[in-house]
Write a protein that binds this ligand. Structure first.
Ligand code: NAD
Length: 479
């Protein structure tokens, strides 16, 4: 077990302090004060995790898929029973409001539950024809790296799918939000997961990923984070031909056509954008508006953003808490300054709040020059840019201009334009007349610089399976 605010590693079925000898500070972003410590894994801790993961794999891959699923569902229920306490820790570490943290945990429970409920089906052999079958087999030991923005959901997404598939997993959770990893592992432990099937490590991210990926024992890696780090990991994985699932962020456009319900679109954009202080890979960031309604829509969007109450994450009146760390504040300052220097107008916000904590005001920029950093770099914060467009083709070209391709949204009632937008937007997910993120039951992956490899649904489990072709077998019972 981990003492409260003193987070340990979980290796070979036991909690331990890191062999490194030192630990990392845990900071509350709302008050900029340290309130805990996080263990640092040493090379020998990682070797132990690799050895125990191999032993765990042997046992888990030979455990019937139904049993694996039952355990995941049990773990989901245990986690569901701890949502209040777990969400309070997450909110204090990350800065998201208590309501957001509870909502995130509810989604994490759903992810574990979905993977558990469907484990028998996703691992079942299936026929190609009367003489050939496919037998899904666990890919092996998985190294999973999760970030600090939605740590509970992302831990559940990676652990749920790989454990359902029969793999063992070494999870390096984000050092800035360790409790999400700890609550997840404790739920699995309480549900009866055998030693070695899951390990939890923290420490120095590059050292941990280099060490784990250098081992041929690891057969797959799943990473959510920035594009530059994702590329580094993919290069390392190439050496041992480890399969990669890379979810690397986005820069999502929203296209608002003149027939759209403007109030609904403005409200939906504002609500989704400022959740988690904009630190979501699916958050909208570039708003493109038909010129005929541009002024009217902009004023509605500004009014919606003005209503966002920024404050302490544990205050029930708060809509948006602080950013997760000082790095994000520095990025907001840099992106805003650069845009303004190139001629952008700050319609609202544009500055850090004058109070302790990493608070950045909801920000809307217009007249943003195409070369501005904010249009090219994932903003990952509460900054929206708004620009007019003249034609459907022009809107599509602008929406697809970003190197990212994770999510895209549009608002229109016209069937012809809807059909065209669905076909033309270069994104892993397209949402029409509303904004929606990932779910447990549907595959999702970015395109272009947003990464590759599916998470969610059957395809999310397939990412951690080898599909063995068996010739000469007549039939197979499908669960
Ligand atoms: P970062 O890229 O350094 O870190 C992101 C996450 O990756 C962290 O959890 C970190 O621990 C981990 N990480 C970093 N280097 C690693 C390595 N060599 N091996 C394994 N894990 C590693 O950046 P950051 O300052 O934490 O966030 C900055 C940017 O990252 C954001 O602007 C955003 O673009 C991106 N990001 C994306 C997501 C997402 O959901 N796709 C989540 C968090 C951060």
């Amino acid at each position: 077990m981990s003492d409260s605010m003193n987070y340990k590693l979980f290796i070979d079925g036991a909690w331990r302090s890191g062999g490194h000898g030192a630990d990392l500070p845990l900071l509350n972003p709302a008050i900029e004060q340290e309130f805990g410590r996080v263990a640092i894994a040493s090379a020998s801790d990682l070797d132990d995790a690799l050895t125990s993961a191999q032993a765990g794999l042997l046992q888990w891959s030979n455990t019937p898929a139904e049993e694996r699923g039952t355990l995941l569902v049990r773990a989901a229920r245990i986690l569901a029973g701890k949502i209040d306490i777990a969400a309070a820790s997450l909110s204090a570490e990350q800065g998201k409001t208590l309501a957001e943290a509870k909502g995130e945990y509810a989604r994490a429970v759903e992810m574990l539950e979905w993977n558990g409920t469907h484990a028998a089906k996703t691992s079942a052999p299936y026929s190609i024809d009367e003489k050939r079958i496919i037998v899904p087999e666990p890919i092996g030991v998985v190294a999973a790296f999760t970030p600090w923005n939605y740590p509970s959901v992302l831990n559940a997404r990676k652990l749920g799918a790989s454990i359902a598939a029969g793999c063992s997993v070494i999870l390096k959770a984000a050092e800035e939000t360790p409790s999400a990893g700890v609550y997840m592992i404790e739920a699995l432990e309480e549900a009866g997961i055998p030693p070695g099937v899951v390990s939890l490590v923290f420490g120095h991210p590059p050292m941990i990923s280099e060490h784990l990926l250098a081992s041929p024992v690891v057969r797959a890696l799943s990473f959510t984070g920035s594009t530059p780090v994702g590329k580094q990991l993919a290069k390392m994985a190439a050496e041992n031909l480890q399969r990669c699932v890379l979810e690397l962020g986005g820069h999502s456009p929203v296209v608002v056509f003149e027939d759209a319900d403007l109030a609904k679109a403005a409200w939906a954009i504002s609500e989704y954008k400022f959740e988690c202080a904009g630190q979501s890979c699916n958050a909208p960031s570039r708003i493109l508006v038909a010129r005929s309604i541009y002024r009217e829509f902009l004023s509605q969007l500004v009014r919606a953003a003005e209503k966002i109450r920024v404050g302490a994450p544990d205050d029930p009146e708060t809509d948006m808490g602080p950013m997760a760390n000082a790095r994000r504040i520095e990025a907001m300052e840099r992106l805003t300054k650069d845009a303004v220097k190139r001629g952008a107008k700050v319609e609202i916000g544009g500055e850090r709040l004058d109070r302790p904590g990493f608070y950045w005001a909801p920000t809307i920029l217009t007249n943003v020059h195409p070369d501005s950093q904010v249009l090219h770099e994932e903003p990952f914060g509460p900054i929206l840019t708004v620009a007019p467009f003249d034609t459907v083709e022009g809107a599509i070209e602008e929406a697809n201009r970003s190197e990212y391709g994770l999510a895209a949204y549009f608002f229109t009632g016209s069937p012809a334009i809807q059909e065209k937008m669905i076909r033309s937007l270069t994104a892993g997910a397209v949402s029409m007349n509303h904004l929606k993120g990932v779910s447990a039951d549907a595959p999702n992956a970015g395109v272009k610089q947003s990464g590759y490899g599916y998470e969610g649904g059957l395809e999310g489990v397939r990412a951690f399976q080898n599909l063995k072709l068996v010739n000469g077998v007549k039939a197979v019972s499908v669960a």
